[in-house]
Ligand binder design. Structure first.
Ligand code: ZN
Length: 300
């Protein structure tokens, strides 16, 4: 059997090939549009120079408009494809379950970085830059009311291929009635879907509280409730040092593990400082990075 890392790689390759094919189809469509649309025909040789020039100018404008239209349609299609990829179905064995890590056959060295409480204009762009530079895909557990104030960042996270999880609308810690829990999850899920096309089946309760009504609702709705196996404790903000944050992650690192980080909810400058070194150290230890969706979807 192919190892899980190969499968993830093959999966990403197939998405790239789809994108390339769509690009080819779009360019072919432009050629076809040119050949069948009379507005785009070559100007008549009987026209004088000025008429020809005016005619060409109009045709170029028309052509650009048409190409732009096709290009925009292609982008919408690619975004839909990306959304489909990110909108994976949680395998049945994980639906309605709480997961801290996943033990894979042969202890395959894959790891998932997760970022909670964003998007934040202070931290999320820096985190996205680092992840892009390091070619790492992560999972963002976003807070609904924060998504509402940063819709572009939300779209950017998805456009850059990261997975999305639901982290409630308000990020409160109190007890929830079933209807209040439903409101917290559903309003967030609806906004994520409206903005990005992603329907997420991942949920993480604020502060990891498992017994205040949120998780029971999530289980009932067949969400996979995603906890973590390594806590960097970056939520301690001012009290934690960058080396300690990295040590916290590495102390508990394990194949199939999930690492807890934050890109919102306070001053996360230590997280930003620690992230490149943490990624480098994990790569040196032989880990490959996967999203939580990929972690759950790797065949065992
Ligand atoms: Zn949180």
């Amino acid at each position: 059997m192919a190892n899980p890392c190969q499968l993830v790689w093959q999966y990403r390759l197939s998405i790239s090939l789809t994108a390339a094919t769509l690009g080819f189809i779009a360019s072919l469509s432009v050629s076809v549009a040119r050949s069948v649309n009379p507005k785009l025909a070559i100007p008549s040789p009987n026209l004088n120079q000025q008429e020809r020039s005016t005619s060409q100018s109009l045709q170029i404008k028309g052509l650009l408009g048409e190409e732009q239209d096709i290009y925009e349609k292609m982008l919408v299609h690619l975004a839909e494809e990306e959304a489909k990829r990110l909108t994976f179905s949680v395998p049945v064995e994980f639906q309605g379950k709480t997961i801290h890590s996943r033990v894979l056959k042969d202890n395959a060295k894959v790891i998932a970085l997760t970022f909670d409480d964003g998007p934040s204009s202070q931290t999320t762009p820096q985190v996205l830059d680092i992840l892009k530079r390091e070619n790492v895909k992560a999972t963002f557990f976003v807070v609904g009311k924060t998504v509402k104030t940063h819709p572009q960042l939300m779209k950017q996270i998805v456009a850059e291929g990261h997975a999305i999880g639901n982290h409630t609308w308000n990020h409160h810690y109190h007890q929830y009635s079933p209807s209040a829990a439903a409101h917290e999850l559903e309003t967030t899920a609806t906004l994520i879907h409206q903005l990005t096309g992603v329907k997420t089946a991942l949920f993480r309760p604020p502060a990891g509280i498992l017994n205040n009504g949120l998780v029971s609702y999530a289980h009932q709705k067949k969400y996979a409730v995603i906890m973590w196996s390594a806590d960097t404790k970056d939520w301690q903000s001012h009290r934690i040092t960058v080396p300690k944050l990295i040590d916290n992650a590495l102390e508990d690192v394990q194949p199939g593990g999930i690492i807890l980080l934050h890109d919102g909810g306070g001053d996360r400058s230590k997280t930003v400082q620690a992230l490149p070194k943490l990624i480098t150290e994990l790569k040196q230890r032989g880990y490959q990075f996967v999203t939580v969706s990929e972690l759950l979807d790797i065949p065992d």
